[in-house]
Unconditional design. Structure first.
Length: 266
């Protein structure tokens, strides 16, 4: 696991966006061989999307040969609902780049056939050759996508019932009303994420300190789902000083020294 510790969120977001751009360009995608990108919603990726939009408008990156798969969606929210993840992605990213609509894959929260919806999503990922890079946020309890503590590391795209803590946390997007937050979601599984060629997790803020500590310093444990990234061959965790504050001083020094050495080597 590669760990980068930056001074603040803006530094994390800029580095993440530039890394995604680098990987797309390195891949040299075509219409027949697109770069496949897994994407999250929430507060963590917003700065990344803003930087990607900025560099797209400056002519530095095109998304015409990029295919995206979103991580999750609330059950019962139509795509145009202000708090649906479909609406989030269009408002915060897709409307401002040149991605083709047919290259955007999202889970349908209005389906009545959850099993088929989830199976078809997994099949669609396989059909395009798998995800090249999955961008993730992380919850305060270490969840990735909606894979909350005790989720199976082998899990695939499925329906999940949200726990009270997650509903309370997400109520900030629903005017603070927990009763407005859907209790069920569709989400990619941990196994789905781990199948990606590369996984990049971004975290910032003091409320992510314990989750980052367990992800990086503790053993792999299903009670901190993000800790499974320790077992991924190409996983990167990028966090700011606030999110890294509970890491041991020696841990912080170790990873910062590695990055300094990498910069010198370049």
């Amino acid at each position: 696991m590669r760990v980068l510790i930056k001074p603040d969120y803006d530094s994390c977001a800029k580095w993440t966006a530039e890394y995604i751009i680098f990987k797309i360009k390195q891949f040299r995608p075509t219409a027949n061989k697109p770069f496949v990108l897994g994407l999250p919603t929430g507060s963590s990726p917003i700065g990344v999307y803003q930087e990607l939009i900025k560099q797209h408008k400056e002519g530095k990156i095109s998304f015409q040969n990029v295919v995206t798969f979103n991580m999750d969606e609330y059950i019962g929210l139509p795509p145009d609902h202000p708090q649906s993840y479909c609406r989030f992605m269009w408002d915060n990213f897709f409307n401002d780049i040149d991605i083709k609509k047919e290259n955007i894959y999202m889970l349908n929260g209005m389906t009545t056939d959850y099993v088929s919806e989830c199976r078809n999503y997994e099949d669609a990922i396989k059909k395009v050759g798998g995800v090249n890079l999955f961008l993730c946020g992380i919850g305060t309890d270490g969840h990735i996508a909606f894979n909350e503590p005790a989720s199976s590391f082998a899990s695939r795209t499925r329906i999940k019932l949200l726990k009270a803590e997650t509903i309370k946390s997400n109520s900030r997007f629903f005017g603070g009303n927990q009763n407005e937050v859907p209790a069920k979601v569709l989400t990619v599984g941990i196994g789905t994420i781990m199948d990606a060629d590369e996984v990049l997790l971004i975290a910032s803020g003091k409320n992510k300190q314990e989750a980052i500590r367990q992800t990086i310093e503790c053993g792999v444990n299903h009670l901190c789902p993000a800790s499974i990234l320790q077992m991924h061959e190409h996983a990167i965790v990028i966090c700011d000083d606030f999110a890294a504050d509970k890491l041991r001083p020696d841990t912080i020094k170790y990873f910062k020294n590695i990055e300094r050495a990498n910069m010198v080597a370049k």
